[in-house]
Design a protein around this ligand. Structure first.
Ligand code: ADP
Ligand code: MG
Length: 222
């Protein structure tokens, strides 16, 4: 479904050059649940952003459902992102001035799709926030905010969800809830790619990818 070949990413900061990714080959198949682990600074977020078409590689090739995305103009990338990709961030990235309902509905507004009230309500129910639909993010716990973010990532019916340390700001109980939600979406056929520092959660994915210094390395056994 997504195929990366020899992906590199180089950042320049003034005179300094940072090689965030040094040649990554990776295939993500439909319906797979992949965990990505690695030390801080190893390129996990960079890789996830490239996979999610939030950023472009410096070199290498990438195809999504057989279509090369490297040379797509920005507008086509935006469309592809809306149609196929959901993204979840460690810091939730909810809009403070909007209710739970409106945060979840926001991607529909951006894609000028009709607002399907039933669908939004069913997503709210799926993530267990029926009694919070009218609340604002500052009235929610971290676990609840992340559940809003999961529902928002689902609203455009993506094929794949990318989650960058989605439980990094949550306690054990809420981490488990978020992981269970991702696992249930995966059981429904969605591909899930999750960056995590939690070895227990990482081990429960179908497959683990380990990054070090911008390259995929064999998984540490343990
Ligand atoms: N926008 C950026 N500008 C310059 N350097 C960056 C930028 N984003 C990430 N980096 C650098 O790239 C490397 C990989 O970062 P990142 O992908 O965020 O790693 P991880 O998510 O594994 O902690 C780090 O050395 C980081 O400092
Ligand atoms: Mg990161």
């Amino acid at each position: 479904m997504i195929e990366l070949k020899k992906i590199t990413k180089t950042y320049t900061r003034g005179a300094e050059t940072v090689h965030a990714l040094g040649g990554v080959d990776l295939s993500i198949n439909g319906g797979e649940f992949i965990s990505i682990v690695g030390p801080s600074g190893s390129g996990k977020t960079t890789l996830l952003h490239i996979l999610g078409c939030l950023d472009r590689p410096t070199a290498g090739t990438m195809t999504i459902d057989g279509e090369a995305v490297d040379d797509l103009p920005e507008a086509a990338l935006v469309r592809l992102r809306r149609e196929k990709i959901g993204f979840i961030f460690q810091q939730f990235h909810l809009i403070p001035g909007l209710s739970v309902y409106d945060n979840i509905a926001l991607p529909l507004r951006f894609s000028r799709r009709s607002l399907d009230r039933e669908k939004i309500l069913s997503l709210i129910e799926k993530v267990g926030l029926e009694r919070r639909a009218d609340h604002h993010p500052n009235q929610l716990s971290g676990g609840e905010m992340q559940r809003v973010a999961v529902a928002r990532a689902m609203v455009n019916d993506p094929e794949v969800i990318f989650a960058d340390e989605p439980t990094g700001n949550l306690d054990t109980e809420n981490s488990e809830k978020i992981f269970s939600l991702l696992a249930s979406l995966n059981a429904g056929g969605l591909s899930v790619v999750m960056v995590t520092h939690n070895p227990d959660l990482a081990a429960r994915a179908d497959r683990g990818v380990s990054l070090k210094d911008g390259r995929i390395v064999p998984q540490a056994s343990g």
